[in-house]
Design a protein around this ligand. Sequence first.
Ligand SMILES: *Cc1c(COP(=O)(O)O)cnc(C)c1O
Length: 235
Amino acid sequence: MTAADSMPAKRLHAVQARIADAAAAAGRDAATVHLLAVSKTFDAAAVRAMAACGQREFGENYLQEALEKQAALRDLPLIWHFIGPIQSNKTRAITERFSWVHGIDRLKIAERLSAQRPAALPPLQVCIEVNVSGEASKGGVAPAGLPALADAVSNLPGLRLRGLMAIPAPASDVGAQRAAFRQVREALDALIARGHALDTLSMGMSADLEAAIEEGATIVRIGTALFGERVIKHA
Ligand SMILES: *Cc1c(COP(=O)(O)O)cnc(C)c1O
C-alpha cells in the first residue's frame, strides 16, 4: 500500500473534495477555505500520518496533550492552533507554543497572551469566539459584547486579531446551520465596518462544513471526518 491510498490520505482527500464542492456551490475559490485538522485525542503517530499526506495545520484543545505531540513532532514544519477553552494559568505555554488561538472570549486572557508572547515570535494570530446560539453554558462572547472586546484585543501588541470563531449549537437542518453561520459572518462584517481589518471566519466542523463554507468560512476545523470517531471524549 502506498501513502496515497492509506486511510489518512483517503479521508483527507474526501474532506478536500467536500470543501471543493461546497466552495464551488457557493461560487467561491476553494483556495480561500483553509483546512484545520483537529487532532485532539489522536496520538502523534496519527498526526504524523496526516502530515505525510500534506496537511500542515493542526488544531488542539488540551494543552498537556498538545505539548506532548508537539515534542514528538518537532522534526515536522507544522502550524499549531489552540482551539480549546483557555484557563489563565495556561496562557504562557499557549502563547509560547502556538501560532493561532481561536477561542478568545475575555480581555483578561487576551492581555495575558499578548504580554507573555515571546518577543522573538511574530504576533499570536487570534480569533474572538462569538456565541451566536445564546447557550449560557457555552464559551464565546455574546454578540452585544463583541465590538468592545474586538476594539480592546486589536490594541494588544502581542496579538493580531484576524476574525471570529464560532461553534453554533448542532443542528441537523442545513437551514438552521446556515442561519447561525450567517450571524457570525454578519458580526464579522459589522466589525469590518467599524474599521477592523479582519479576514478570518473559523467555523464549520465535520457535520456542517458545507453550510459554513456557504456562509463564508475561511477556516473549517475538522476532526472526525479526518481521524475517525473520538473514543476518548474529554468534554
Ligand atoms: C473537536 C472540535 C472540532 C472538530 O469537530 P468534529 O466534529 O470532530 O469535526 C472543531 N472545533 C472545535 C473547537 C472542537 O473542539
